[in-house]
Design a protein around this ligand. Structure first.
Ligand SMILES: Cc1cc2nc3c(=O)[nH]c(=O)nc-3n(C[C@H](O)[C@H](O)[C@H](O)COP(=O)(O)O)c2cc1C
Length: 350
């Protein structure tokens, strides 16, 4: 008899809880049950099926004949996360289309009983910079797609504030103006789960004409930069990005943050965490294409230390978390940084 690998034990309100992450079922565990499980795990002693506790464990698939230890392709914790979030969409598939529409409306009504959490506003900040009105952009889509490339070395170059303004407006701005159909849920150029617009950009300005170095939060309603801090260096950036130095000398960068408070207002299943990253990916791709139209190179990274970014950008790490980073700037279109190239050349000649 094995203890199932589909369970883990955790504590909630000082009570032990056994969680079956495959079935998404929780069991509170009484002391004698916990003891039986610990005894079993320590000694591997065969317990008889006559033991009522053992029988309960067998019925709940906690003790099993099966060896249900899968070999996960992912890291084991990621495997658990994948299973916890799997099949957790709120489905009503055994209903007619008419019924489904009615049930969905009921869900929305329930959600709207709670007020939509307040978003940040320009009034919350002492220093606000109104960005210039965006320019018209005419892009050839296929050309733009072909030109997008991850570039890992920048040359120190001051870029025009209009380039920053255009990039922010067409990626994060309300490019459609007001649309009656959507009301307060404004659309942007990338799709957004429930149109909740949870992705918020924090701009790290290093070399932009007319904008002081620092970190700014972008406010789309007024197309403004709101100063969070002016303490931000390339070394700080490196410290945030797991030591990667490819963002050095970029003109500016964007930390894509997710507003979890707004997301959880509507979506409450574990799947909501997946939506965060899907949405960030859409916005990042859009920003890279807009960067091409502004003759800016881009470097992207998903490898970073969240807590360092949270500290520097003054996010609380609970309601708002960093999920992606993109650097923008000028230079040659090198996919490999010269330091890496040198190392590789040394290795190849040895
Ligand atoms: C989710 C995601 C995470 C990435 N993380 C990193 C990273 O940490 N560091 C890096 O140098 N590139 C990173 N990249 C860039 C990829 O290496 C790059 O997209 C790939 O080599 C293909 O090159 P291309 O973007 O020029 O088509 C990431 C890309 C994606 C989509």
């Amino acid at each position: 008899m094995n203890i199932s690998h589909n369970f883990f034990l955790y504590f909630k309100n000082n009570e032990p809880v056994l969680f079956n992450y495959k079935e998404k079922k929780e069991y509170s565990v009484r002391k004698e049950y916990l003891k039986t499980l610990i005894d079993h795990s320590n000694t591997g002693e065969e317990k008889t099926n006559e033991d009522i506790i053992v029988r309960d464990f067998i019925n709940a698939d906690i003790l099993t004949d099966k060896n249900n230890l899968e070999t996960p392709y992912l890291n084991y914790y990621a495997h658990i996360f994948h299973n916890i979030t799997k099949d957790t969409s709120v489905t009503m598939s055994d209903s007619t289309e008419e019924e489904w529409a009615g049930q969905y409306l009921e869900v929305c009504k329930r959600v709207k009983q709670e007020p939509l959490p307040r978003r940040g506003k320009v009034e919350d900040f002492e220093v606000v910079i109104k960005l210039p009105a965006p320019d018209e952009i005419n892009l050839n889509l296929v050309d733009t797609l072909k030109k997008r490339k991850t570039v890992r070395e920048f040359e120190e170059t001051e870029v025009d504030i209009r380039q920053l303004s255009n990039l922010l407006f067409y990626t994060f701005g309300y490019i459609h103006g007001e649309e009656e159909e959507y009301g307060e849920f404004r659309r942007r150029s990338s799709p957004s789960g429930g149109c909740l617009q949870i992705i918020e950009p924090y701009i790290t300005v290093f070399n932009v004409e007319g904008v002081k170095k620092g970190v700014y939060w972008y406010e789309p309603e007024t197309h403004s930069l709101c100063k969070v801090t002016d303490e931000f260096s390339y070394q700080d950036l490196r410290d945030c990005l797991a030591g990667q130095f490819f963002g050095n000398k970029c003109s500016f960068g964007v930390f894509f943050a997710a507003n979890l408070e707004v997301l959880a207002w509507k979506y409450k299943t574990p799947r909501n965490y997946k939506v965060v990253y899907l949405e960030a990916g859409h916005f990042s791709q859009t920003s890279q294409l807009i960067a091409v139209t502004q003759s800016l190179n881009t470097w992207i990274t998903g490898a970073f230390t969240e807590s360092a970014i949270e500290k520097l950008c003054q996010m609380d790490g609970i309601k708002k978390i960093p999920v992606f980073f993109t650097a923008y700037g000028k230079g040659e279109l090198l996919s490999m940084h010269s330091i890496m190239r040198k190392k590789l050349d040394e290795y190849s000649t040895n």
